[in-house]
Write a protein that binds this ligand. Structure first.
Ligand code: PHE
Length: 338
């Protein structure tokens, strides 16, 4: 028997940008706790519909992320679904203007931030064009800057909680994705004495990683024997198949939507692999951005709140263990309590 799936969000706005011709989806999943926030993803998709699906999924995850971080905000997301060949750089300013227009039309009910394919400089443009509804402008333009360091800090707090009471020193950690956040995580882990192996689709980053003291691999790190696996690239890394072959004891990283379906969390639970959900581990960026820009937090207060991600990770892991739940389910249950 088929059942009609109901729309669980509040708003889904899809426009074809006048200037760029690109399909732009802005999804507001919930404003129950406060205005919706979520990054602006500019990325190639196999179809504009796939981009819309991604916006819906990512906006729902943002609602849980904000609730678990104890922030008075809800979840939203913007996706600009580029064609497979990407976009001509000359047309990018037009695209940013189109995105700003789509966001401005929501009157502040949704506020954006940087995400895959967008930068702090883009946020400055969107802020100017969309009457202020963008976080993380460069610091010299009145914003809180890129959220990468704060995101990395939060992942490290969660990782520390996941390996506790043992130290990070001596652990073998695999990092998938050597972008701005992945790089900072590698650096911090090496500093703390972990043995770090990293991979990225961009082979040109290899010398940079090696200079940090990480070893580079082209192997599939999901299948490698590791103490910790850190997903720091685009989402969808963990499928039922890859989870069944996963060689790590703990998975924790900044990538959004790490599991492709709920059942993947069950596979991980059944195999005794501790997965700290992305909605817990990746909250450092939003905590820092809204804390500094709208909630009046000092840098120190924001950092303390980011470090508290470790406590949330602990609560999720213990709740899952005590009740035999997947960590995905435990995170959602905890989100409903805060
Ligand atoms: N990538 C961040 C996220 O979606 C984007 C963001 C940062 C959104 C800061 C709002 C504020 O979690």
């Amino acid at each position: 028997m088929s059942r009609t799936e109901s729309f669980s969000g509040e708003v889904l706005r899809v426009v074809r940008g006048d200037r760029s011709g690109v399909a732009i989806a802005v999804a507001i999943h919930s404003t129950a706790r406060g205005p919706a926030i979520g990054g602006c993803r500019i990325k190639a998709y196999p179809s504009w519909r796939a981009g819309v699906d991604d916006a819906l999924r990512l906006s729902a995850a943002m609602t849980t992320k904000c609730a678990l971080a104890g922030l008075p905000y809800g979840g939203g997301k913007t996706v600009a679904a580029l064609p497979a060949e990407g976009i001509d750089p000359a047309r990018r300013p037009g695209l940013i203007a189109d995105i700003a227009e789509a966001i401005a039309a929501l009157g502040g009910r949704y506020r954006t931030g940087p995400d895959i394919g967008s930068t702090s400089e883009d946020m400055a443009d969107i802020h100017r064009l969309a009457h202020g509804w963008a976080f993380c402008r460069p610091e010299n333009q009145g914003g809180s800057g890129t959220s990468s360091a704060a995101t990395a800090r939060g992942v490290l707090a969660a990782l520390q909680a996941g390996v506790a009471p043992g130290p990070v020193a001596g652990l073998r950690v695999g990092v998938i994705g050597f972008g701005s956040v992945g790089r900072l995580i590698c650096e911090a882990l090496i500093e703390r004495g972990a043995e770090v192996v990293v991979t990225d689709v961009e082979d040109g980053l290899r010398p940079v990683a090696e200079r940090l003291g990480a070893s580079w691999t082209t192997a599939d790190l999901v299948r490698e024997p590791l103490d910790v696996l850190v997903p720091a690239a685009t989402g969808g890394l963990l499928t039922v198949e890859s989870a069944a072959a996963c060689g790590a004891s703990l998975i924790v990283g900044p990538a959004n939507n790490q599991i492709v379906a709920e059942e993947v969390a069950t596979v991980l639970r059944d195999r005794g692999i501790a997965w700290i959900p992305d909605v817990v581990a990746s909250a450092g960026g939003i905590i820092h951005a809204v804390g500094r820009e709208e909630l009046g937090m000092s840098e120190q207060t924001a950092n303390a709140k980011i470090d508290a991600i470790g406590d949330t990770a602990n609560s999720v892991l213990s709740l899952a263990r005590e009740r035999g739940l997947t960590t995905a389910r435990a995170a959602r249950e905890l989100a409903a309590l805060v």
